[in-house]
Design a protein around this ligand. Structure first.
Ligand code: DOR
Ligand code: ZN
Length: 437
């Protein structure tokens, strides 16, 4: 991977910076920062020039929900392979969940992650600390320490905070540090060991169900507690029409709540688990057409702030077993853009709205100074070929995880280059054959 001098002129692309710019322009990067955007910029002497004719020039994407698995589960993914997967997907900033081993509930673990992530060819990594020690749902972690070590939010993701008093205290304590509290909304009493959405398909397959209400009741509780405390609440991987309805009402009355949805929850339904496909097993589970439609509408009107991947790599031997026993989770970093563009193709989202869901939306939800091509911002950029057609081949992933339900899908739109502070961290080696699919 080349590093260069982090100065270059990207020419003749369609620049989309949501709310600011959408049109043909050049982007001048100097010393790793956005120095100018405009028509027919002249190239300073000796500068590298990149032709982006027919391509989109976008702010690098921001993912609020990634499982990097290191420390502790390096056989599933490492910080290095996870960062490479992010770069290949156009993501220049990723927030990593604390369900590692040890759990990221202390400064030492946060510092370890940040140290590992510091590489010349790397994307930005923003750790998320645990809400409770060991993510056991009992005692709060030290948020001041986590914040000063570099955490941008707190979450016990993978598990809900079941105790409402603990959740109340978490929102109060996090408020003092302006940290969003990210909850995995699942009432464990209602999900009760379920492995798939409680509905027709699970019944036909004889699988224990997870009702939509398991998510809805926790969303309702969390919204009430955010209102009570004035704390910042962020809802991870929203999967139900009920969550969307409550989120909309809460936002309308001024509760400090933001939310994300994952590509699998707006492209697939419970039907995808037929034949006991463990690559379609995740938590929350794939739900119904009605839920999918509600999520799409919420992305369209901004009720859902961000598209996040919930990139959750697992090893083949773990997924390759009975549905009940396979772990929850699918990889997502390298398919997110192509799947999100389907919503543009369908006419659900404008291109600008889709880009906002991958950039300014998530950046604002966690107050990250990312996801923009504003003058002086870090030159974190994704260059996308909107016409490139390709077939998802999990064996080509940079991620160690191959666990995707999208293998064999034909997608349109692909990242051709990803830059972080003007340095190339990914360049597509796409063959002509792939372009012609
Ligand atoms: O499907 C999931 N996988 N959902 C979660 O909440 C956790 C994640 C994981 O860590 O594998
Ligand atoms: Zn989760």
């Amino acid at each position: 991977m080349s590093s260069g001098n982090a100065s270059l002129l990207i020419r003749h692309g369609r620049v989309i910076d949501p709310g600011r710019i959408d049109g043909p322009a050049d982007v001048l990067v100097q010393d790793g920062k956005i120095a100018a955007i405009g028509r027919d910029l002249s190239a300073p002497a000796g500068i590298e020039v990149l032709d982006a004719y027919g391509k989109y020039i976008l702010p690098g994407f921001v993912d609020l929900h990634v499982h990097l698995r290191e420390p502790g589960f390096e056989y599933k993914e490492t910080i290095k392979t996870g960062m490479a997967a992010a770069a290949a997907g156009g993501f220049t900033s990723i927030c990593c969940m604390p369900n590692t081993n040890p759990v990221n509930d202390t400064r030492a673990v946060t510092e370890f992650i940040l140290d590992r992530a510091k590489r010349p060819d790397s994307v930005h990594v923003f750790p998320i600390g645990a809400i409770t020690k060991g993510s056991e749902g009992k005692e709060l972690a030290e948020y001041g320490d986590l914040r000063s070590a570099g955490c941008v939010a707190v979450s016990d993701d993978g598990k809900p905070v079941m105790n409402s008093m603990v959740m109340r205290r978490a929102l109060e304590y996090a408020r003092a540090f302006n940290l969003p509290v990210v909850d995995h909304c699942e009432c464990k009493h209602l999900s009760d060991g379920g492995v798939a959405h409680e509905g027709l398909v699970a019944t036909e397959l004889g699988l224990q169900g997870i009702p939509s209400a398991a998510e809805d009741v926790m969303v309702a509780r969390n919204i009430e507690l955010a209102e009570l405390t004035g704390g910042r609440l962020h809802l991870a991987h929203v999967s139900t029409a009920g969550s969307v309805r409550m989120l909309q009402a809460a936002k309308a009355r001024g509760v400090r709540v933001t939310a994300e949805a994952c590509p699998h929850h707006f492209t697939l339904t419970e039907e995808a688990i037929r034949e006991f496909n463990t690559n379609a097993k995740m938590n929350p589970p794939l739900r119904t057409r009605k839920d999918v439609e509600a999520i799409k509408a919420a992305l369209k009107d901004g009720t859902i702030d961000a598209i996040a991947t919930d990139h959750a790599p697992h090893a083949a031997h773990e997924k390759n077993r009975e549905f009940e026993y396979a772990p929850f989770g699918i990889v997502g970093l390298e398919t997110a853009l192509g799947l999100s563009l389907l919503l543009v193709e369908e006419g659900v989202l404008t291109l600008e709205r889709m880009v906002a869901s991958l950039t300014s939306g998530p950046a604002n939800a966690f107050s990250l100074a990312k996801g923009t091509l504003a003058m002086g911002a870090d030159a974190d950029i994704a260059i996308v070929d909107p016409d490139a057609q390709w077939i998802v081949d999990p064996d080509q992933f940079q991620s160690k995880g191959r666990n995707t339900p999208f293998g064999g899908w034909k997608l349109k739109g692909r990242v051709v280059k990803t830059l972080v502070s003007g340095r190339e961290v990914y360049s597509s080696a796409m063959s002509d054959a792939e372009h012609r699919v």
